[in-house]
Write a protein that binds this ligand. Structure first.
Ligand code: ZN
Ligand code: ZN
Length: 360
């Protein structure tokens, strides 16, 4: 994608203008938000959204790239210090009160902005761009679908590595290499945890050698043209004992309940409850220590939140994970995670890897 659609810019602007008179324009510093609005993929830049224009302020390293990627923005090149350019842009808007993204701006950056923008009130804002990003456009959904398909393929291509004698780290490296060869990359550090380490929901791949009888959990996401996917499967190496099968069945039943019961309009907490109630009924409630899922898009973790604290209603068109897990310290764990898009009639899976326990 080279240019953000005018539609998303006007949707964000509607949110900003709805904050008037508190906020008259918005300084966008969060990288994913900047990319979403302008299309610019460079590592440095700030944008300013006003009622009449979208400005992208960046430095000499990026002006050529910015002109190509963000034709809908006015590109302003800054020198060593970005603040004089920022001051000029903000003053030209005539706004007396300008919003900034409080979750992204550091105390130091705020102090520098405030001293440069003397006479202008900086107003903390939250979620103005993120609120629009929650509902995916067709073009975004297509990229997420491709990222999810790549994760399915990369995982399927490497199941032969899940065998006794191979380290967790070797598996993670091979998966990441395969993603990069496909013109994509890892959306986050790949998780490979085996044996007793599989009770660590976000354990880092170690030099542990896999053994027969292990459970091994892989959590991987592909980032493709900026968009992420997220997929988790737990496998058994060689054999699975009765308890391993039982825990797997509990997690699978919980995920199935979420896949079948998810509907637009329910809160993130309601959605979480679909899976959590199954795990609680089976006596493992205290071992499901994280939320059911999260939104995925330009960021691998974004809104909406599907957890005990998810108060917001889930809109049609959002893309979320459903990833219940059960983790027993010292024994191991199981997590099954799929990416879905929420349709009017329920969840449509974007990841299509089989969900049943595979014994390798
Ligand atoms: Zn994941
Ligand atoms: Zn996830």
């Amino acid at each position: 994608m080279t240019e953000a659609s005018g539609g998303r810019r006007s949707r964000v602007l509607d949110k900003v203008l709805a904050c008037r008179p508190e906020v008259e324009a918005l300084v966008v510093t969060t990288p994913e938000n900047r990319r979403y609005l302008t299309g610019f993929t460079g590592s440095w830049g700030m944008s300013v959204l006003t009622a009449t224009e979208l400005v992208l302020i960046t430095d000499g390293r990026y002006v050529e790239q910015a002109a190509a990627e963000a034709p809908g923005s006015r590109i302003v090149r800054h020198g060593t210090d970005p603040l004089p350019a920022m001051k000029e842009v903000v003053q030209a808007t005539g706004a007396a009160r300008i919003g900034f993204e409080k979750e992204n701006v550091t105390v130091g950056m705020h102090q520098r902005l405030q001293s440069a923008l003397e006479g202008i009130t900086l107003v903390p804002t939250e979620g103005l761009v993120e609120g629009v990003r929650i509902i995916k456009e067709a073009e975004e959904l297509d990229l997420i679908r491709q990222a999810a398909a790549m994760a399915d393929e990369v995982l399927d291509d490497h199941l032969h590595l899940l065998r006794p004698g191979v380290t967790e780290r070797e598996v993670a490296i091979a998966l990441e290499f395969a993603m990069k060869r496909r013109g994509a990359g890892a959306a986050f550090e790949i998780i490979v945890v085996s044996g007793p380490r599989s009770s660590l929901p976000h354990g880092r791949p170690s030099l542990r050698v896999m053994e027969e009888g292990d459970l091994v959990t892989l959590d991987l996401g592909v980032q493709y043209q900026g968009y992420c996917s997220d997929l988790t499967r737990t496998f058994a190496i060689g054999r699975a004992d009765a308890r391993q099968r039982e825990v797997y069945e509990v997690v699978l039943a919980a995920q199935t309940a979420a896949l079948e019961g998810l509907r637009p309009g329910m809160t993130g907490k309601d959605a979480d409850g679909l899976a959590r109630s199954v795990i609680e009924e089976r006596g493992y409630g205290e071992h499901f220590g994280h939320g059911l899922g999260h939104g995925v898009g330009l960021a691998v973790h974004e809104g909406p939140r599907l957890s005990l604290t998810g108060d917001a209603a889930l809109p049609e068109g959002c893309v979320v994970t459903l990833e219940p897990g059960v983790y027993l310290p010292g024994w191991g764990g199981v997590r099954i995670e799929d990416l879905v898009v929420l349709r009017s009639d329920g969840a449509e899976r974007l990841s299509n890897f089989p969900r049943e326990l595979k014994i390798l």
